[in-house]
Every structure is written in structure tokens, then in C-alpha cells.
Design a protein around this ligand. Structure first.
Ligand SMILES: Cc1ncc(COP(=O)(O)O)c(C=O)c1O
Length: 398
């Protein structure tokens, strides 16, 4: 009997799948999702913010009304009602209503990033991103074989003077990806004067700015400075998500930017999923038009703000003088520099054994940085758990 030849998948996989430490990341994130530990790892919303009973009611109403649109395919750019709701919300928050051609509803922020990659990035094109940055964005741009170049961050966000230096030295990026508000993973925000300077650089050097506003609604103090899109409609695509304030289960987000660019994103979307799920679009629209999204944003801020405070107070109490960390004005994360000599991946492993899940720094860098840094999230743990978690981490440093 002939022995079956085992297929060598490695010879068949596309080159782009070799990029990055995918498996390592998956393993780290799987550890981070471990049960029965204090959850300071995942950047996910607390389920108590999810509007289950209200959505059951809205769903019932939609079905009883006999309207087929929530169950049908939708136009690629989104259903008219939900588009009108999102455009109206942007008009209120950004003081400018996007024109029809400037807005696309997407299946979450991550899909919008994938569409940008597909529409802009050829192999070896230079894409700039903060170092560190959101892992999902790195993976999206890597999958189009971009050459990703990191631009360092400090407490005021992306170092725009460093970017200027890179550009003056001849770097020619197609686009720059940035998270100006309560950054993932660093928790820092881009200073107002840097926002203006960044938009000017994009105009002068001819590249697209991709602004990810995933955490912008979750401000725990003053409102954040104006968005990049508000200051640069001609050079900025803003990507947003309803995952952090409504629920990730509907997979809904938006891209808003120059109409020529959004037309290409719409083109790219036709052969990813063709349209964001109509059911989620209609649920969001009904929920939002009743004022419930605005109310939930207020409640979410009230839920997460004391958790942020608890984490910063616990850091001060337990780690003062031994480590340093960022002080986020919103969002889900603080970013901690471990004392000298401690290695982040090993430390995260020990922390897990001690009963606390944190994410080590390396996956957030393209170039293997982050070896002495960890990300801590305060979105899923209670104040008591945060106290206890930081106490356990401090014990490991002793
Ligand atoms: C900065 C940033 N952008 C985008 C996303 C993904 O959002 P979505 O759930 O809409 O795909 C996340 C989720 O963690 C994020 O942190």
C-alpha cells in the first residue's frame, strides 16, 4: 500500500504569513486569557457595560416590524440609517459632518486597518507606527508585507520631532498609524501642538495619517484635544470602533477620511466581507438614537475611572521608587518599566504563576523592543483585584 505523502504546508503558505512572531503572540495572549487569575492583561471591556436586556427589546421590535434590512445584505458603505447616525455623531463630536463619500461603516476597527493595508500597502512600502503600538495594527500591516518603522513615544505621545528627523533623512512613508488618545499599550496621549505639527508634516511630505480613536470616548478627566481628522480632513483617515463603549460582539466601526481614499477602502471591502453585518448596524442605530450610547459612555467612564485611580495608587504604594509607569487620562492601559535586570516575558510568566495576568512588552514592538516593559489593563478587574494584583507583582520584584 502506498504511503501517503505528508503535505509540507510551509512550502505552500504565502510569504506574508512568515512575518512577525505570530505564534509567540498567540501563546502570550492565550496565557493572558488564563482563568482564575487577576485579569490585568486583555484590553477588553467589562461585560457589565454590555446592554443585553435593551438589545433583546430592540431586536424584538425590529423583528416584529417585519423590516428585512437587519437580516439582509447591506450596501458596502453601510445601511443609510446607521450611516446617518454615525455621521450625526461625528458632526456633534468633531464639528464636521462627513459627506456621503467620506464615511464607511466597517466590521470593527481591525477591519478598517486591514482595508487601509489592502488599499495602500505594496510589499516593502514603508509604514510608520508608534513604538510600541497596537499589536493588531502591526499584524494587519505585516500581512501586506509592509516595512514597518517604529517612531518612539514619550509621555506626550508620538515624538513628532523624531518623525521630522526621519523624514528629513529621506524616509518616504506611505502612511503613519497613530493612536493619539490613551494609546494602546502605553496609555499616553498626543499633545495638542504635536497634533498640529503631525498634520503639517503629512501635508508637506505627502503621506496619509491613519488615526485610531478606539479609546477616545473613555476620557476620565478633561476632554481630549481635537482629533487629527478635525485638523486635517485632507490627509487623515480616522478609524473608530464601537467595541469599547457598545460591545465588541457586533464588530462595528468606521473609517472617515478624504473621499478618494474612502472610495478605495470601500473597493477593498467588497472582497473582504462585502458589508458590515446589517443586524449589528441596526441594533447600534436604534440604541444610539434613543440616547442610550451617550448614557452608556458616561457610565463606562464612571466604572473605569476609579479602576484607573486604584491602579495608579497601588503603583505608588507598592512600586514607588522601584519602577516607573505612565499615567493615562483615559482608556484601558498603563505601561510599566520594570526595574533594571528584569526581563518582561519571564516576569509575565512568574506573574501568571503568582495569579496575575499581564502582557509583556515585545509583541507591541516591530523590532524586538519592550524587553523590560509590561502592559497592565484596568478594564476587567475590580478595584480590590487591582490592589491585590499590584501587591502580588510588587512581591515578585522584591
Ligand atoms: C487601538 C485599537 N484599535 C483597534 C482595536 C480593535 O477594535 P475592533 O474591536 O473594533 O476591531 C483595538 C482593540 O483592542 C485597539 O486597542
Amino acid at each position: 500500500m502506498a504511503t501517503e505523502q505528508r503535505l509540507r504546508w510551509d512550502e505552500l503558505f504565502a510569504a506574508r504569513t512568515r512575518a512577525g512572531g505570530g505564534e509567540g503572540v498567540i501563546q502570550i495572549l492565550a496565557l493572558a486569557g488564563a482563568k482564575d487569575v487577576i485579569a490585568l492583561a486583555g484590553g477588553i471591556p467589562d461585560p457589565q457595560t454590555f446592554p443585553g436586556p435593551v438589545l433583546a427589546e430592540i431586536l424584538g421590535e425590529l423583528m416584529e416590524a417585519g423590516d428585512a434590512s437587519p437580516l439582509q445584505y447591506a450596501p458596502t458603505e453601510g445601511l443609510p440609517g446607521p450611516r446617518d447616525f454615525v455621521a450625526g455623531r461625528l458632526e456633534r463630536l468633531e464639528e464636521r459632518r462627513p459627506t456621503d463619500g467620506e464615511l464607511l461603516l466597517t466590521s470593527g476597527g481591525i477591519e478598517a486597518l486591514e482595508l487601509v493595508g489592502k488599499a495602500f500597502v505594496d510589499r516593502d512600502d514603508v509604514v510608520l507606527a508608534e513604538a510600541p503600538t497596537y499589536l493588531g495594527a502591526l499584524m494587519a500591516f505585516q500581512s501586506f508585507e509592509a516595512e514597518i518603522v517604529g517612531v518612539p513615544l514619550d509621555d506626550d505621545g508620538l515624538q513628532v520631532d523624531e518623525l521630522e528627523r526621519l523624514l528629513a533623512n529621506g524616509l518616504r512613508p506611505k502612511l503613519l498609524y497613530t493612536i493619539p488618545d490613551y494609546q494602546n499599550p502605553a496609555g499616553v496621549s498626543l499633545a495638542p501642538e504635536r497634533r498640529r505639527a503631525l498634520v503639517e508634516l503629512a501635508r508637506r511630505h505627502g503621506f496619509l495619517v491613519v488615526e485610531d480613536v478606539a479609546y477616545r470616548d473613555l476620557a476620565y478627566g478633561d476632554a481630549p484635544p481635537p482629533t487629527l481628522w478635525a485638523q486635517g480632513h485632507d490627509v487623515v483617515v480616522q478609524i473608530g470602533t464601537f467595541s469599547k463603549t457598545f460591545c465588541p460582539g457586533v464588530r462595528l466601526g468606521w473609517a472617515v477620511g478624504p473621499d478618494e481614499v474612502v472610495a478605495k477602502l470601500r473597493w477593498a471591502k467588497q472582497n473582504t466581507d462585502q458589508c458590515a453585518a446589517a443586524l449589528g448596524q441596526r441594533l447600534l442605530e436604534e440604541y444610539g438614537r434613543r440616547g442610550l450610547l451617550d448614557e452608556q459612555v458616561v457610565r463606562s467612564r464612571e466604572l473605569y475611572r476609579p479602576r484607573r485611580d486604584a491602579m495608579l495608587e497601588a503603583f505608588e504604594r507598592e512600586l514607588g521608587g522601584r519602577a516607573s509607569w505612565t499615567r493615562p487620562d483615559g482608556g484601558f492601559f498603563s505601561w510599566l518599566d520594570l526595574p533594571r535586570g528584569l526581563e518582561a516575558v519571564a516576569f509575565a510568566g512568574q506573574a501568571l504563576e503568582a495569579g496575575v495576568a499581564v502582557v509583556p512588552g515585545p509583541p507591541f514592538y516591530i523590532d524586538g523592543g519592550g524587553g523590560h516593559q509590561i502592559r497592565l489593563s484596568f478594564s476587567r478587574a475590580t478595584e480590590e483585584e487591582i490592589d491585590e494584583g499590584v501587591r502580588l507583582l510588587a512581591g515578585l520584584l522584591a
